[in-house]
Design a protein around this ligand. Structure first.
Ligand code: DGL
Length: 291
């Protein structure tokens, strides 16, 4: 089973692409709605809560977990991978935990002429993790490497030429959750957050938050056609497909009966209502407790 974790229902925008491209697998989605949003929390809190969720998903039988949350990937992934390796997180050492930053970084480094903008939650931007990953990408023109969704890898000289500009956009998540995508207030906020990035003449924009793809049209209208916006969910899903192809030892353990279970730590009815917009279809959510 593939575990998919997010602070709430936003990660369903990533799961939607997994289901479209890799429908054969069984998925267990967990959204920690009781404690969401994670975006303004400290790295320590984000790590502790993400660890509880990962532990839960592994106990349910997941062989691999994708942290579909950018805030969790940026602030907890590396430590959780170390915990698995050292046995601090007690699960079979064949289990894997992966994130969403590297697929985006790889795609951006492939297409950018050199000026990249990142939009994310405060905790994602403050971590600097996506900037670090972007700088590690191989220089343009080197032979292609395989995507690893955040799994530790050997280093080599990166794209030090990249100019990266980050912008935290903390007010966009609540506006999207209110369903205010088309309100003038939201368009004003989008313009406000993008103004500094546009001023830096970026050529590529990363939407490093599960929620922002729901504002893609408004963001595209604001930045203009000359700036490429990477398709977050699709990029992550293609990267997962590639990872599973290259890791038959993990892929062969995954159940393939196309089943989907969705869990939340609070208010399942609310989760179903808002989550269906992110998943693009109706869903049933079951309430569980993490502590
Ligand atoms: N899922 C979070 C992310 O992708 C956004 C919502 C939150 O702040 O918890 O960063």
């Amino acid at each position: 089973m593939i575990g998919v974790f997010d602070s709430g229902f936003g990660g369903l925008s990533i799961l939607k692409e997994f289901l479209a491209r890799l429908p054969q697998y069984d998925y267990l989605y967990l959204g920690d709605s009781a404690r969401a949003p994670y975006g303004n929390r400290s790295p320590e809190v984000i790590y502790n809560w993400t660890r509880e969720a990962a532990d839960y998903l592994f106990k349910q039988g997941c062989e691999i977990i994708i942290l579909a949350c950018f805030t969790a990937s940026a602030n907890a992934l590396r430590r959780l991978q170390q915990d698995l390796n050292t046995g601090t997180l007690k699960h079979a050492n064949t289990k894997r935990i992966l994130g969403v930053l590297i697929p985006l970084a790889e795609e951006a480094a492939k297409i950018s002429k050199g000026h990249i903008g990142i939009l994310g939650t405060r905790a994602t931007i403050n971590s600097g993790a996506l900037t670090t990953e972007l700088k590690k990408r191989p220089p343009l023109g080197s032979p292609p490497r395989h995507s690893v969704l955040g799994h530790p890898q050997t280093r080599r000289a990166g794209r030090a030429d990249l100019e990266i500009y980050s912008q935290a956009a903390p007010l966009l998540v609540p506006l999207i959750e209110e369903g205010w995508q088309n309100r003038p207030e939201t368009k004003r906020m989008v313009r406000y957050y993008l103004r500094p990035l546009k001023g830096k003449k970026i050529d590529t924009l990363l939407l490093a938050c599960t929620h922002y793809p729901l504002l893609k049209r408004q963001i595209a209208e604001t930045v203009g056609k000359q700036i490429k916006i990477i398709d977050t969910g699709k990029t992550v899903a293609l990267s997962l497909a590639d990872y599973l192809k290259r890791h038959p030892e993990i892929e062969s353990k995954l159940k393939k009966s196309g089943q989907l279970r969705i869990l939340t730590t609070d208010r399942p009815e609310e989760f179903e209502r808002l989550g269906s917009k992110f998943l693009g279809q109706n869903l049933k959510a079951q309430k569980i407790s993490l502590n």
